[in-house]
Design a protein around this ligand. Structure first.
Ligand code: SAM
Length: 225
């Protein structure tokens, strides 16, 4: 994880507020209590008899060590998992296919979008891609460059962008910082934006996140998947 000293934090915060966006709204989410990313993954593995798991970004194996499955690959250039590479380098050489992919590496829009599209290429037809940190509650938690320790980044933008495509069915489940759920099916609810993706601000997310992200509760998730 990127180390931030006090000076960098303050400098980036001022820069962000002066030149990128300054917005004070804070969202209150209804994240399900006591149900986390590892519970969702266990549910999917058991229900679908999944065998092959890929995790992008493993840190201290907080999640990776809890995933019980026949084959698992964890990719991280710094720590955890079992492949010491960036996700881009991993996908360049990868030949395996996966039932379930958990994306939690570098939390920037461009990188997450690339991680999702690369994962789609190696996803088995009935497989699922999960994306962590899709629901930031405030400007600072999603600011890029990062100026806070607690950070979701602008992962949300990758979800909003891909919700415009016809060939991916995407929801966001309201648990554990927001988990994007992507399958290789026809998009039954194509998102229409009234401005280009590169013009979207946190304020747009704040005002439209339920529609942008196609938010579903855990109960709804379990009816669909
Ligand atoms: C938020 S942590 C992952 C946490 C873990 N998945 C969990 O569930 O607790 C993010 C990790 O992504 C890694 N990372 C950063 N850039 C990456 C990249 N380009 N490819 C893969 N992993 C990356 C970092 O080294 C860090 O360990």
């Amino acid at each position: 994880m990127e180390k931030l000293n006090k000076f960098t934090k303050i400098f980036r915060k001022i820069y962000y507020k002066l030149f990128i966006e300054n917005f004070k709204g804070k969202l209150n989410y209804n994240f399900t209590e006591n149900f986390y990313r590892w519970d969702l993954i266990e549910y999917l593995i058991k229900k679908n008899n999944y065998k092959n798991y890929l995790e992008i970004g493993c840190d201290k194996n907080q999640l990776f060590s809890k995933v019980n499955i026949d084959n698992k690959i964890g990719v991280d250039p710094v720590s955890g998992g079992n492949v010491r590479k960036t996700s881009d380098d991993f996908f360049k050489e990868n030949k395996s296919s996966f039932d379930i992919v958990f994306i939690d590496g570098l939390h920037t829009y461009e990188q997450v979008k690339r991680d999702i599209l690369n994962s789609v290429n190696f996803l088995l037809d009935e497989g699922i891609i999960l994306v962590h940190d899709c629901m930031p509650d405030s400007l600072g938690k999603q600011a890029v460059p990062r100026y806070k320790m607690q950070w979701n980044g602008n992962v949300w933008k990758a979800i909003v962008d891909l919700r415009q495509q016809e060939n991916l069915e995407i929801y966001t489940c309201e648990i554990d910082q927001g988990i994007g759920v992507i399958s290789k099916k026809k998009n039954t609810s194509i998102l229409k934006l009234d401005k280009p993706i590169n013009k979207l601000k946190f304020k747009d997310y704040y005002n439209n996140y339920k529609e942008y992200m196609r938010i579903i509760s855990l109960e709804e998730f379990k009816k669909i998947f």
